[in-house]
Design a protein around this ligand. Structure first.
Ligand SMILES: Cc1cc2nc3c(=O)[nH]c(=O)nc-3n(C[C@H](O)[C@H](O)[C@H](O)COP(=O)(O)OP(=O)(O)OC[C@H]3O[C@@H](n4cnc5c(N)ncnc54)[C@H](O)[C@@H]3O)c2cc1C
Length: 505
């Protein structure tokens, strides 16, 4: 089946899966009131690829059938440019509020398959070829993937990576006739109730002796023993006028329990092999996937800027303080845009003929955005003040006894109607104040690990030769440079490959 329609995606949601929302095991994801809004939006995302086929689709390199462009293995800077346009359109559809539209994992697996040579280390040739075959299946069946790469926290003093004896973290129990049996848990599978399959791949490196935890595979979400415990839903049913974002964009996050799950042999990409596990994420993964995540982030920041501008215009707020804060949001958006463009312009071949953006500007964004997004939320609140809550509902506008009063007393400046004013400030509250807004702030703070960790990592990875040379030059210890190192863009490479290195970092 080539690129799916929304209808085909929705039909796929009927396949069995153990999804829990509160005390209820959900049987009909697409029509459950706590999940239906996002299910419908995701169906629209699948339709979008057909509506904008020129931008979103490409022929499968082997079958010629149309597949989503996010499955492309980039082999040039031009490929990355082309992918940029497709990712941007998808991001715009949810104004960057859904972080894990399927293109996120499509891009991830295209990158993995393109660098299968990195997966084929330490005797893992079979796992690498399984992965290449799987990426083709992912593209051709147009599956939606959720993923879980982080070990659950029981006791922070145990550290990030599980050591032998940890019975909570996902681990291999035994080999079976058809594959391997796994048990344990992982966090925090965004998109889980809406996904066709779940991906497990490395997060932080593992220490010596932790081979049982060194696993990577993809299996259908309905595989027996797989249980998804959704967090409290942020979906609000009723009028989209009242909750324009919460009614559509709650992509969900689920705690995943693998209660003795059998993974078929051909779906295992890393089988208790910590050397392979510790190697595969260290070079191309993040520059590749961050093209998707940072285009999304840019879109969300531009949306926030537009929203802030409309809020100010609605109440004719021309104060210097508001102008300053709006300029701050715009600056974050523009810095994000510029960093993405710089990363793409400085793209290079990472090996195996595969091209990814330069990781350095994206590393800087990865560390900065977890601080910028909460600040953007604060600015929207500061501009909005009480106006965020003085917002009649659709029902109040429709009530004959209230309509005239609401229209008179809650109108905006410069002849802006009460309805238009409420529309803007309701949107703003849904962006920064509702349960969905709280979840989204947490997402931005943590989905690529915390800003604190990422600043430390950025410093560890950053090239520092030029900075040191400039210091030595001004101290008179070295002559003025030739400019060669000044013009070459820094390339952040090589994430930690061992648990010890990671902890130090
Ligand atoms: C909404 C949401 C969606 C998510 N979706 C997914 C998903 O789809 N798939 C998936 O696999 N995971 C997902 N995650 C999990 C995410 O990957 C982790 O939350 C993330 O890696 C951070 O790990 P942690 O939560 O253990 O926090 P920690 O990294 O332990 O951070 C907790 C606190 O400790 C501080 N801290 C920790 N270590 C350091 C350090 N070395 N230096 C300085 N400060 C430090 C941090 O600043 C932070 O304040 C999601 C998380 C959230 C919140």
């Amino acid at each position: 089946m080539p690129a799916r329609t929304g209808k085909q995606f929705t039909a796929g949601l009927k396949s069995p899966r153990e999804v829990w929302v509160d005390g209820e095991r959900v049987t009909e994801v697409a029509s459950h009131p706590r999940l239906a809004g996002a299910a419908a939006t995701l169906a629209e995302v699948f339709d979008l690829q057909h509506q904008a086929a020129e931008v979103c689709l490409m022929p499968d390199p082997e079958t010629g059938e149309p597949i989503n462009l996010s499955h492309m293995i980039p082999r040039s800077r031009a490929d990355l440019e082309r992918r940029h346009r497709a990712l941007k359109l998808t991001a715009e559809f949810t104004v960057g509020l859904m972080g894990r539209t399927p293109d996120y994992m499509n891009v991830t697996y295209a990158g993995f398959a393109g660098r299968a040579d990195e997966w084929a280390v330490n005797g893992n040739d079979r796992g690498a070829s399984n992965l290449v075959a799987y990426q083709k299946l992912l593209a051709r069946k147009d599956l939606a993937l959720t993923h879980t790469i982080v070990q659950p926290t029981i006791d922070k003093s145990w550290g990030d990576a599980p050591v032998a004896g940890n019975d909570v973290a996902l681990h291999r129990v035994s080999a079976t006739d058809h594959g391997i049996l796994v048990r344990g848990a992982r966090i925090l599978a965004t998109l889980a109730p809406f996904a066709d399959e779940i991906a497990v791949y490395p997060g932080v490196p593992l220490p010596e002796g932790a081979d049982a935890y060194a696993l990577s595979f993809c299996i259908p979400v309905g595989t027996p023993g797989l249980k998804f415990l959704c967090r409290d839903s942020c979906t609000v049913t009723g009028s989209p006028f009242d909750h324009p974002l919460s009614s559509r964009f709650d992509e969900q996050d689920a705690f995943v329990i693998f209660d003795d799950v059998e993974v078929p042999r051909d779906r295992v990409f890393i089988n208790a092999n910590s050397r392979a596990y510790n190697a595969v994420m260290t070079t191309g993964w993040y520059p590749n996937v961050m093209q998707q995540t940072m285009i999304r982030a840019q879109t969300k920041l531009e949306f926030a800027y537009g929203l802030g501008c409309l809020m100010a215009e609605t109440i004719n707020d021309k104060s210097p303080a508001t102008a300053q804060m709006l300029g701050e949001i715009w600056s974050y958006a523009e810095l994000t845009r510029a960093a993405v463009r710089a990363a793409e312009a400085e793209a290079f071949e990472y090996g195996n003929g595969v091209w990814f953006p330069n990781g350095a500007p994206l590393t800087a964004l990865r560390a900065s955005l977890p601080g910028w997004f909460p600040r953007v939320g604060e600015i929207i609140k500061l501009i909005g003040s009480h106006n965020l809550l003085a917002t009649p509902t659709a029902n109040q506008f429709d009530d004959p006894s209230l309509r005239d009063l609401v229209n008179q007393f809650l109108r905006g400046a410069n002849h802006i109607s009460a309805r238009d004013r409420a529309r803007v400030f309701r949107l703003a509250w849904d962006f920064v104040g509702t349960a969905l807004a709280g979840r989204n702030e947490l997402y931005e703070r943590f989905y690529l690990a915390s800003g604190a960790r990422n600043y430390a990592l950025a410093h560890t990875l950053a090239p520092r030769e030029r900075g040191k040379r400039l210091v030595n030059q001004v101290l008179g210890l070295v002559p003025l440079g030739t400019g060669e190192d000044a013009s070459s863009a820094p390339k952040v490479m090589g994430l930690p490959r061992s648990a010890g290195e990671w902890v130090r970092k």
